[in-house]
Design a binder for this molecule. Structure first.
Ligand SMILES: [Zn+2]
Length: 228
């Protein structure tokens, strides 16, 4: 968007840093420059290590990228927390666009047909009002020009929150929790699956398995943040 228009919109609707709440300049989005500078990025070495740890053995995910390191009490946690519980759905879209811009070269290399969010159960969506990964994936799709396919998979079981579970428990928790949408065709397609935070990778792997079982060619995993 051109800067003049952005300045005008800022005048009408001031935007604030999602971490420290200072007013953003027209050139800033999501975080102010000083917060953005402090946010830890995931290094290529760390990504390679995490790929090995989370996805190598299952051979379901062909590649994996994550932009920020999720630190307890950090700016990314604040932003994602607001997106999840503060009903700030717009942040998902802004964050998605920023992820797509910053990881452009990798996303282009994947040569994907679809961008799809990891689904949440309709009961949880009713609780929260929306699926934050939906807006994140939509932002990524719109910035990268790849087709947005939000309803490829459904969550059939209401799984309990994963935050207190270890890897083995998480795997069990999401096993058979998803269902392929039979009205969709993914045969031969390359799909980027999007989640807000990737921790063990068990949720995204389970979704990838369903898409591959239904004929998808390759699945890539993309998230705004990477957690321990
Ligand atoms: Zn700030």
């Amino acid at each position: 968007m051109i800067l003049v228009l952005k300045s005008f919109l800022d005048f009408l609707l001031p935007r604030f840093c999602f971490n420290c709440s200072t007013k953003l300049t027209p050139r800033e989005s999501l975080f102010c420059s000083s917060c953005r500078f402090k946010i830890a990025r995931v290094s290529p070495e760390r990504l390679a290590r995490e790929f090995e740890r989370k996805f190598e053995a299952d051979k379901l995910i062909s590649g994996f990228r994550s932009l920020y390191l999720f630190e307890t009490g950090g700016a990314v946690q604040n932003a994602i927390h607001q997106m999840k519980y503060g009903n700030v759905f717009l942040i998902g879209s802004i964050l998605g666009k920023s992820v797509a811009r910053e990881l452009k070269e990798y996303i282009e290399e994947w040569n994907a047909d679809f961008v799809a969010p990891v689904p949440i159960h309709k009961l949880r969506r009713a609780e929260r009002g929306y699926n934050q990964s939906f807006y994140l994936a939509r932002g990524i799709a719109s910035e990268s020009g790849i087709k947005f396919m939000p309803r490829l998979i459904k969550r059939k079981r209401y799984t309990s929150t994963q935050t207190t579970l270890n890897l083995a428990e998480r795997k069990l928790n999401v096993k058979d929790a998803f269902l392929f949408n039979r009205r969709k065709d993914v045969a031969g397609k390359v799909i980027i699956l999007v989640d807000d935070v990737i921790t063990t990778g068990s949720t995204i792997s389970e979704c990838a398995k369903i898409l591959l079982d239904n004929g998808a060619l390759r699945i890539y995993a993309l998230s705004a943040a990477l957690a321990e």
